[in-house]
Ligand binder design. Structure first.
Ligand SMILES: *[C@@H]1O[C@H](CO)[C@@H](O)[C@H](O)[C@H]1NC(C)=O
Ligand SMILES: *[C@@H]1O[C@H](CO)[C@@H](O)[C@H](O)[C@H]1NC(C)=O
Ligand SMILES: *[C@@H]1O[C@H](CO)[C@@H](O)[C@H](O)[C@H]1NC(C)=O
Ligand SMILES: *[C@@H]1O[C@H](CO)[C@@H](O)[C@H](O)[C@H]1NC(C)=O
Ligand SMILES: *[C@@H]1O[C@H](CO)[C@@H](O)[C@H](O)[C@H]1NC(C)=O
Ligand SMILES: *[C@@H]1O[C@H](CO)[C@@H](O)[C@H](O)[C@H]1NC(C)=O
Ligand SMILES: *[C@@H]1O[C@H](CO)[C@@H](O)[C@H](O)[C@H]1NC(C)=O
Length: 570
């Protein structure tokens, strides 16, 4: 009897416990209607084993921007293996919802659509985050309608395959998930290739790696590639049409029981197989096991692109077999935050520019920086042969089109023009010399106050007068400067300090006293005032040369914000 009386209690507790245990026992199954929101502590959808998670990750270098992604959830690195929104990241408060029609729908807090998968056909019933790292959308008949494994970003995982036409794309940098320049593709002819593309288009440059798995009627073993496979044990190979295996990673990898694996086309263009101990208490990180190509600096040579590094840059292979990109002396990064990007000369070079300075022979204007075993093999406009090094130097020096001359083989001189592409260090050049032409008097970033500036040739007062009259016509500012000429040092300091303060507070109206014409072109006025303030620097070493001043006034070179002209007087 007592037994029967207990039963309702038991049932009641079972009813309460059931939903709880259903949540705890995650099967990776996400039903239509569920959603995630991008916040600091947003939850994610875990695979049953907890190895992988799908959800929002904050971007480390940008506040309030999140990336819809899949990552290794158990390791400290939380390495991202797939991402949805590299080029349009999601602001804080964005929401991703599993929907029947779109599959996944990512919307901004304002409700604007940011991303959805583009190949979902039919109606989605549920999604699954699998233990292999694949997020898949299924219909009610369990058919797969979309999966992250068929839409890879920069990483492949064990059990993932890539069909002909498949593409893996690098990201832009370690921290920027925008589309990068490198691609891994299984071409329709069965060849697996690595190549750069010319963004923003998808134009593919010449491959810098090719598996060579193409049809060849002469032999059986060259049956074309059909599929790229990354098997459960961590091996990568191409499966040929005749089911033969063309191995890519030959080296023995650790056991999949102890290690995670991933193969990533890194942002520097190297396709790398990595392993990581599964044991989360271990302090190790990803170890590269295999990579292609062997030397990306040498294996890449393109006709219509910059090469591995940006234009005018030089690629060299580091000890870890990864490329480093470096600007030659006298050149600096176009985008200082992109170390792998293009370099620009810090000086003006050109025939007009040389003519402007025609008072002196060109040999007085330029120097050569000599780099051994360095070449930009594809930027020639003329080959001089037979030539001596002396003739090579002279010919480039006197040629206003020549940016670099390569002298090698004892008798050959290649003259090259900007922009230089495919720059690399190559010991195979056997001591070949790159003679890089750099302007002597302005071989540094113009008017960077941290760098010394050559002593002005003219007297300071002349400089000021010329600036005044060139710049602002009859404006008050000019008068101030000109009156400077006759005032005591103390008065001059007060006036220029006042001018500088006006500029700093962008109170340019006061400077020109409502000179209508000057205000019409505020940007020009601002440039003029900045130039003027550079010219009245108390420290003579900071003052620009007249030539420089004219270039600044003409707007051919950038004018940096000047420091306070009288730092010592305050
Ligand atoms: C996932 O959910 C769908 C829809 O509710 C269901 O039909 C399917 O059986 C579930 N799959 C698993 C593995 O539980
Ligand atoms: C999540 O973080 C926000 C602040 O970013 C905080 O206000 C909120 O209480 C947190 N929620 C939970 C559940 O921790
Ligand atoms: C080529 O392949 C066919 C079928 O797999 C086989 O019968 C034949 O012996 C092979 N020929 C050579 C030269 O390997
Ligand atoms: C993966 O490929 C390697 C090399 O081809 C092979 O030795 C291994 O047995 C394969 N593992 C699985 C699970 O198929
Ligand atoms: C995992 O870590 C624990 C604790 O540090 C250690 O005892 C264990 O041997 C490790 N297992 C493996 C496979 O490395
Ligand atoms: C983990 O590695 C870092 C750097 O290699 C080291 O400084 C640190 O002591 C290590 N921690 C443990 C717990 O081994
Ligand atoms: C500029 O060129 C001169 C002469 O060639 C050289 O001595 C100086 O070191 C160069 N300055 C910089 C910043 O490269």
């Amino acid at each position: 009897m007592a037994f029967l009386l207990l039963l309702p209690h038991l049932l009641a507790s079972l009813l309460i416990l059931l939903p709880i245990s259903a949540v705890a026992q995650n099967n990776g199954n996400i039903t239509v209607g569920r959603s995630l929101t991008a916040t600091d502590n947003s939850s994610s959808w875990l695979s049953p084993s907890g190895d992988f998670a799908f959800g929002f990750r904050p971007l480390s270098d940008k506040n309030d921007i999140f990336l819809l992604s899949i990552w290794f959830a158990k390791i400290p690195d939380k390495t991202i293996v797939w991402y949805a929104t590299g080029d349009t990241p999601a602001p804080r408060g964005s929401k991703v919802e599993l929907t029947a029609d779109e599959g996944l729908l990512l919307t901004s807090p304002q409700g604007e659509q940011l991303w959805k998968p583009d190949t979902v056909i039919g109606t989605v019933a549920y999604g699954v985050m699998t233990n292999t790292g694949n997020f898949a959308l299924h219909d009610s008949n369990f058919n797969t309608r979309w999966e992250s494994f068929r839409n890879p970003t920069d990483t492949l995982l064990p059990t993932q395959t890539m069909e002909k036409g498949g593409v893996v794309s690098s990201r832009q940098s370690e921290t920027s998930f925008s589309k990068g320049r490198f691609q891994l593709r299984l071409q329709q002819d069965g060849n697996l290739v690595l190549n750069t593309i010319n963004l923003p288009t998808t134009y593919a440059n010449e491959a810098y790696y090719a598996s060579g798995t193409v049809a060849d009627s002469a032999s059986n073993s060259s049956s074309p590639g059909r599929q790229l496979q990354f098997n459960e044990s961590g091996y990568i190979y191409i499966l040929r049409e005749n089911d033969q295996i063309f191995p890519l990673s030959q080296k023995k990898v650790g056991s999949a029981d102890d290690f995670y694996f991933r193969a990533t086309l890194d942002f520097d263009g190297v396709f790398t197989l990595y392993s990581h101990p599964r044991n989360s208490s271990s302090n190790q990180s990803w170890i590269p096991l295999w990579s292609e190509p062997d030397n990306i600096c040498l294996s890449s040579l393109v006709n219509s692109g910059s090469g591995v590094c940006g234009y005018n840059s030089i690629c060299s292979l580091k000890a870890d077999r990864r490329p480093a990109c470096e600007c030659p002396r006298g050149y600096s990064l176009l985008d200082p935050s992109d170390r792998y990007g293009s370099c620009k000369p810090d000086f003006i070079q050109g025939c007009e520019e040389d003519k402007l300075s025609s008072s002196s022979p060109t040999a007085d204007l330029y120097d050569f920086q000599v780099l051994l075993n360095t070449d930009w093999p594809s930027s020639d406009y003329v080959l001089l042969r037979p030539s001596t090094e002396e003739l090579c130097r002279k010919s480039c020096m006197e040629d206003c089109m020549c940016a670099v001359a390569i002298f090698r083989l004892g008798d050959s001189c290649w003259k090259k023009k900007l922009p230089l592409s495919n720059g690399r260090v190559d010991i195979g050049l056997n001591g070949g010399k790159a003679l890089i032409k750099i302007r002597k008097d302005n071989n540094f970033t113009l008017l960077d106050p941290r760098l010394p500036i050559p002593e002005p040739k003219k007297k300071d007062q002349d400089t000021l007068i010329i600036i005044g009259s060139v710049l602002l016509g009859g404006s008050v500012f000019v008068n101030v400067i000109l009156i400077d000429m006759d005032t005591s040092e103390e008065e001059k300091a007060i006036l220029t300090d006042w001018a500088y303060d006006c500029y700093r507070e962008a109170n340019l109206d006061v400077l020109v006293e409502f000179d209508g014409q000057a205000l019409d072109d505020r940007k020009t006025l601002e440039r003029f005032v900045m130039v003027a303030i550079w010219c009245i620097q108390e420290d003579p070493s900071l003052r620009p040369t007249m030539r420089r001043v004219i270039q600044m006034l003409e707007g051919v070179v950038e004018v940096l914000i000047p420091p306070c002209p009288f730092p010592f007087s305050k």
